[in-house]
Design a protein around this ligand. Structure first.
Ligand code: HEM
Length: 300
């Protein structure tokens, strides 16, 4: 089996670092060399920091794929297409590369991120750098447990990784940074919050009868008797002035995320949208492909 990048199938750590970058003009050979070295760099920082669970993955966007890699582009990799339904928007924002690091320790994450950023130097510009953290166990800042129905064990590989060459072991990545309006959310009654999510808050149980606007009712989609799945690595982030959820999904195909997001944002289908989007809004959106570690190493 081709080795996937380590952050993809590993259980999420207590801390995550999410960096989006754009390529500078000029030669891309230096960036290629850093990408090729990332799996080994991660192992060496894991040893140096004494944090064996340090993981990373780097993913490449469609717009810079040919220029950066000089290779064919994975089938289905296209730039994030923005969505809008009235005031409800899912914008697309610039990003050529996405670096995702997670582990039980922020210091180890930062050590690796600094090493990668140092090696990339002025061949890239950092667009956004976000630190994610675990909040009250596995709860989103809305107070609801996030990740319960994420694939587990071998299913993680099954859901996240492309099976066939030349991109076996790689994964399609979708990201969106959401900004929550917590004062408004917290002013909702408990039953209204639970109806918006479709699960109970304290005990994290799926509601037997869910309103059509519940988050769970929007994103659970069956096709040919099979539920569409993505592997989520989302994490809470933020400060007192701005906070929310950094949403990241890995998948063997770009289609499931897209279909879920359309059912969240657009009301054209059944007249409903995701009630969560009345309390949180995406301010970034980008799509990438995270090749296998072996594919990356061969870039140099
Ligand atoms: C489930 C929160 C955005 C896809 C959940 C759950 C929560 C949650 C609390 C229930 C527990 C669980 O199974 O994980 C949020 C919040 C979001 C957000 C606060 C944004 C601020 C998204 C987006 C997608 C998505 C953008 C995909 C486009 C899913 C899926 C599930 C899920 C597939 C599992 C459904 C199931 O199998 O029951 N989310 N989510 N979520 N969410 Fe989200």
């Amino acid at each position: 089996m081709t080795q996937p990048q380590s952050a993809i199938c590993a259980e999420g750590g207590d801390f995550g670092l999410f960096l989006t970058l754009v390529l500078a003009d000029g030669d891309t050979a230096a960036v290629r060399r850093v990408l090729a070295a990332l799996p080994d760099m991660t192992e060496s920082v894991a040893v140096q920091s004494g944090e064996p669970a340090l993981t990373s993955s780097v993913a490449i966007g469609a717009a810079c794929w040919p220029r950066l890699t000089g290779r064919e582009c994975p089938d289905g990799l296209v730039p994030f297409a923005p969505l809008a339904d009235g005031a409800r928007k899912a914008p697309a924002t610039p990003a050529d590369l996405f670096l995702h690091i997670h582990s039980p320790r922020h210091d180890a994450n930062l050590m690796l991120a600094r090493r990668v950023a140092g090696a990339l130097g002025n061949h890239v510009r950092v667009v956004e750098e976000v630190m994610g953290f675990r909040h009250l166990g596995k709860r989103d800042l809305t107070g609801f447990v996030d990740g319960t129905e994420n694939p587990e064990g071998d299913d993680r590989t099954e859901v996240a990784l492309v099976k066939d060459d030349p991109f076996a072991g790689g994964s399609f990545v979708s990201l969106q940074r959401y900004v929550h309006d917590l004062p408004r959310w917290e002013a909702l009654s408990l039953p209204d919050q639970e109806a918006a999510v479709g699960r109970t808050k304290d005990s994290d149980e799926e509601m037997e009868v869910k309103p059509p606007f519940a988050h769970i009712a929007r994103v659970v989609i069956e096709e040919d008797g099979e539920e569409l799945e993505v592997l989520r690595h989302s994490m809470p982030y933020g400060t007192t002035s701005e906070n929310g959820l950094y949403f990241v999904a890995y998948c063997a195909s770009p289609a499931p995320f897209r279909k879920m997001l359309e059912r969240m944002v657009l009301s054209a289908g059944d007249g409903h949208h995701d009630r969560l989007l009345d309390f949180t809004r995406p301010v970034t959106g980008a799509a990438f492909f995270a090749p296998s570690a072996d594919w990356l190493r061969a870039l140099d």
